[in-house]
Write a protein that binds this ligand. Structure first.
Ligand SMILES: [Zn+2]
Length: 105
């Protein structure tokens, strides 16, 4: 199935927005064509955002729920920094006092 979306296309690489149409086939973009004009009030089409550093655990959500929320804000990929994740069944987290008792007389 093919679909054509007409509107303003944001080209971040070339730092411009131009009137165009996006051609999709079976859910995949196959071509983007520049047009001379589009109807007034047309939509703007932007590429998805990549969050280059995120702590999913700080959101207090599961990764699946985090993704459901993030995608509504244009985030289509994320690089997760998991250093705050604690797996209590593998080890028990320690307080700073437990790890360095000599610093806490
Ligand atoms: Zn980090």
């Amino acid at each position: 199935m093919s679909s054509v979306f007409t509107g303003y296309v944001a080209d971040l690489a070339d730092r411009r927005i131009y009137p165009g149409e996006i051609i999709c086939k079976d859910g995949v973009i196959t071509e983007i064509r520049e047009l001379e004009r589009v109807p007034e009030g047309s939509l703007y089409y932007l590429p998805g955002l990549t969050d280059a550093h995120v702590h999913v655990e700080s959101s207090m959500m599961t990764p699946a729920n985090f993704a459901k929320v993030a995608v509504t804000h244009g985030v289509v990929s994320a690089v997760s920094d998991p250093h705050e994740i604690v797996l209590p069944h593998l080890f028990r987290p320690q307080t700073a006092q437990e790890r360095k008792p000599h610093l806490f007389p």
